[in-house]
Design a protein around this ligand. Structure first.
Ligand code: NAD
Length: 481
């Protein structure tokens, strides 16, 4: 195995370079537990070099015409699309998801480059005569400045393009610290952006095994203006406190605990398809994954039977195997955390319909699982599962379903299945979530604002809202002529 291990550098100043102290760390294939690459391990000195490169590039990039910035992003979109198979294979190799899921992620990730290429030329402003008659009010949008992006492993491309796309479209520089498990896709994306014409220094990618040295150095830079983070709520809270020290702009995409509501009038074919998509995509390792299934008691037995049959039939295996429908968990630790939640639910009285065990072998595979009659106070209900486990319980009234759906600190996604249009309006208004899927289990779209409320975060990614997260508003008071 070791003979085929590739070695990668940091992405700094427009090319891959070794870490200043020459250290590297391994990237592990979750399907085998074996290393597939060694990557330069960035430290404080590398972070200082990335900061210097960003400072040098910032004035030129901010004054580059939006049309030129747009063309570079558009070209990057085309290159990612042309090289979709290479990206998909890399995502599968380092993150484990199936090739089908990886291809989906490449299309989704690339769509942010396309969307923000289109948005780059629509950075507006406004001009108005002051109502007092005394002069004019001119409002302009300017790049916020240097941005620091910290990203998770579950979507190694899309979680980065969702930040890099709008940051570059708006004329900012950016330093990306990718998740330690998935640095390879981030590095390939940076190389592609450079090939598309991005000037050196505008974007750096600093993989590191331990984020402390890089983060401490970047946070200490007085020119840092924005933190954009996607990851767990626990880490997000800690980073928000650090951002407060520098009074940084923040975009925080944090954990989720999505309810999926199936009402008695739902089309069960649609609901089961939606449930499969909302639960099993990415092996359940998605922030928008359905975490709590709430099903009307009059249809629960049928829904559970049908969902169990579909989940039981899923083929679990290495993501690179074309027959696989569910890949491994990212790490042994993640698999153990999922198993602990399942075991606790069973001890609390949940009924196991299928799965419930880690699978043998070297990879970090977990049997797709269905639990019914999960007690409301079980940890699996209040915590994010992040694995292929459907936790189901019943309800009798709409009010009861809504109270259960909203009984969480989180507020990212929610799903509802019903054929009653009035109920769609009532329930989607009452759900405490940043995003609501109606009769569908997949909701992500580069043209829509993605984001959560409550402990799921601050701000939006995608849509026209996503660009404004990277722009400052300046008011210029013009004199009366
Ligand atoms: P995580 O919070 O453990 O790590 C996220 C990133 O933060 C990684 O790059 C990690 O290295 C970094 N990090 C951790 N500690 C740090 C520190 N002290 N200083 C600086 N950086 C630090 O999350 P994860 O396990 O990589 O990802 C899973 C989580 O991400 C889940 O909770 C999931 O819901 C969330 N997520 C949210 C969204 C969203 O859009 N809301 C999308 C994807 C994932």
């Amino acid at each position: 195995m070791t003979a085929t291990v590739a070695v990668h550098g940091l992405f700094l100043g427009g090319s891959e370079v070794e870490a200043a102290d020459g250290r590297t760390f391994p990237v592990i294939d979750p399907a085998t537990g074996e290393p597939i690459a060694e990557v330069a391990d960035a430290g404080a000195e590398d972070a200082r070099a990335a900061l210097a490169a960003a400072h040098a590039a910032a004035p030129g990039w901010a004054s580059t015409p939006p049309r030129v910035r747009s063309r570079i992003l558009r070209r990057a979109f085309e290159l990612v699309t042309e090289r979709a198979e290479e990206f998909a294979a890399l995502i599968t190799a380092e993150m484990g998801k199936t090739l089908t899921d990886s291809r989906g992620e490449v299309a989704y990730g690339a769509s942010f480059l396309e969307w923000f290429a289109e948005e780059a030329v629509r950075i507006g402003g406004r001009n108005a005569v002051a109502p007092s008659g005394f002069g004019a009010i001119s409002v302009v949008q300017e790049p916020v400045g240097l941005c620091y992006a910290i990203t998770p492993w579950n979507f190694p491309l899309a979680m980065i393009t969702r930040k890099v796309g709008p940051a570059l479209a708006a004329g900012n520089t950016m330093i990306v610290k990718p998740a330690e498990a998935t640095p390879l896709t981030a590095l390939l994306m940076a190389r592609v952006l450079t090939e598309a014409g991005l000037p050196p220094g505008v974007l750096s990618v600093l993989p590191c095994q331990n984020p402390t040295a890089v983060s401490d150095t970047v946070f200490a830079d007085p020119w840092l203006r924005k933190l954009t983070f996607t990851g767990s709520t626990a880490v997000g809270r800690m980073l928000l406190a650090r951002a407060a020290d520098g009074v940084l702009r923040t975009s925080m995409e944090l954990g989720g605990n999505a309810p999926l509501l199936v009402f008695e009038d739902a089309d069960l074919d649609v609901a089961v398809d939606g449930a499969m998509a909302a639960k099993m995509r990415n092996g359940g390792q998605a922030c928008t994954a359905a975490n709590r299934f709430l099903v009307h008691n009059s249809v629960r037995a049928e829904f559970v039977d049908r969902l169990t049959a579909r989940i039981e039939a899923l083929r679990v295996g290495a993501g690179a195997d074309p027959g696989s429908e569910v890949g491994p968990m990212i790490t042994e630790r993640q698999r153990a955390a999922v198993h602990t939640l399942v075991s606790a639910a069973l001890a609390d009285g949940a009924v196991l319909r299928t799965g419930g065990t880690p699978l043998p072998g070297n990879g970090f595979f977990y049997a797709p699982t269905v639990l019914d009659e999960v007690p409301a106070d079980s940890r699996i209900v209040s915590e994010e599962i992040f694995g292929p486990v459907a936790a189901i319980r019943g309800f009798d009234t709409e009010d009861e379903a809504l109270a259960a759906a909203n009984a969480t600190d989180y507020g990212l996604a929610a799903y509802l299945f019903t054929t009653d249009f009035a109920r769609v309006q009532r329930v989607s208004a009452a759900l405490q979530a940043g995003m609501v899927g109606v009769n569908r289990g997949l909701i992500s779209d580069a043209a829509a604002p993605f984001g959560g409320i409550k402990a799921s975060g601050l701000g939006s990614e995608g849509g026209s809202e996503g660009l404004h997260e990277y722009l400052n508003t300046k008011y210029v008071a013009l004199p009366k002529y």
